[in-house]
Design a protein around this ligand. Structure first.
Ligand SMILES: Nc1ncnc2c1ncn2[C@@H]1O[C@H](COP(=O)(O)OP(=O)(O)OP(=O)(O)O)[C@@H](O)[C@H]1O
Ligand SMILES: [Mg+2]
Length: 335
């Protein structure tokens, strides 16, 4: 079936033609030793793809070592990647192998390669050309048999044009390019990803997975997901932590997703019912109100003052509405 969801191990990865093409390609290139450059916005799954390449290759019984180059200062990157000898710098109290050595026979994934400073790029290029590393403060040449995969959230080719990334290193890294599209360009993946993550996080909490109301899916489909799959995964985790309903409803969706500023021509989202004509506006408003109040009580741990603050209403008003909507079972203590 052209559009059936596809999975890798226990991970549901997508159903869009674009993601299918990416994962088909990944299988084809897995066993080559050429460098791969995985590019894509934050949270699009670059590390997931790098790991999959490793797991599908003959190197899978050897280590997969992932390093983010973004958080490290220049000396730290060097010592992290190539290791150091005792006394190489203040704090280097013993010999330490670098990540290249630790990945021996396997794969190293250098994420955020676009953040590596120019001077470090020269050293990296030398390692890739000569296939040996030298620990900081050391003189020994240590051979490395490692497949190199890099991840970049920016367009590396454009950075080379601006002189911010060495073009000789770029060509060496970009032997096999893999581009991951942002989630907003493959919205057909959203429903199965939501289903997958919501189930996973309810299970992790030892609870039965719940259904998801169509309105919730609609909200997820509309939101632009600037943080891509990671942001969607976090939203699903939060739902599993806060939802107490039989079915995940609008009131259980994180407010950042729900109250995102939508294009003006879009209709507001409401829960739909099996027999819409039999449901009054008052009933629907009550439902939205109940959902939001139960959400606020849940996240504030039953503290009514905090819940009222979250809802931007007075504490006494919240008390009145809880009574009116018969939500007293949600009250905890008399906070
Ligand atoms: N297609 C997918 N299917 C299932 N889970 C996914 C998919 N893509 C990403 N994820 C999950 O989303 C989260 C973020 O993915 P990952 O860390 O691979 O992104 P990244 O592109 O490396 O992000 P960053 O640029 O911030 O480093 C992870 O928990 C990952 O398992
Ligand atoms: Mg990453």
């Amino acid at each position: 079936m052209a559009n059936a969801p596809f999975t890798i191990g226990s991970v549901v990865v997508g159903r869009s033609a674009r993601m299918r093409a990416v994962f088909d390609f990944v299988r084809v290139i897995a066993d080559s030793d050429s460098s791969v450059l995985v590019s894509g916005e934050t949270g699009t799954g670059k590390e997931l793809v790098a790991n999959l390449i490793h797991q599908s290759s003959s190197r899978r019984h050897k280590p997969f070592v992932a390093v983010s180059c973004a958080i490290l200062s220049e000396t730290l990157i060097e010592s992290e990647l190539f290791g150091h000898e005792r006394g190489a710098f203040t704090g280097a109290i013993k010999d330490r192998p670098g990540r290249f050595e630790l990945a021996a026979g396997g794969t190293i994934f250098l994420d955020d390669i676009d953040d590596v400073p120019l001077t470090m790029q020269v050293k990296l290029l030398r390692v890739l050309q000569n296939r040996v590393v030298e620990r900081l403060g050391g003189t020994r040449q240590i051979p490395v048999d490692v497949r190199v995969i890099t991840g970049s959230k920016r367009d590396l080719r454009a950075l080379t044009a601006e002189g911010k990334f060495r073009d000789d290193l770029f060509y060496r890294l970009n032997v096999i390019p893999v581009n991951l599209p942002p989630l907003r360009d493959r919205r057909e993946d959203i429903p199965i990803l939501v289903d997958h993550f919501v189930k996973r996080y309810f299970r992790q909490r030892g609870e039965e997975p719940r259904g998801i109301s169509p309105a919730v899916l609609q909200a997820f489909m509309r939101y632009p997901w600037p943080g891509n799959v990671r942001e969607l995964e976090n939203a699903c985790e939060r739902i599993a932590q806060t939802c107490t309903c039989d079915t995940v409803r609008l009131g259980c969706v994180p407010v950042s997703v729900l109250f995102h500023k939508y294009a003006e021509d879009q209709q507001p989202i409401v829960e739909t019912h099996a027999h819409p004509s039999a449901v009054s506006l008052d009933d629907r408003l009550k439902e939205v109100e109940s959902n939001l109040i139960s959400w606020a009580l849940k996240v504030s741990g039953g503290n009514k003052s905090k819940a009222a603050e979250l809802l931007n209403i007075k504490r006494s008003t919240l008390g009145d509405r809880i009574k009116k909507l018969e939500l007293t079972h949600l009250e905890v203590g008399d906070s």
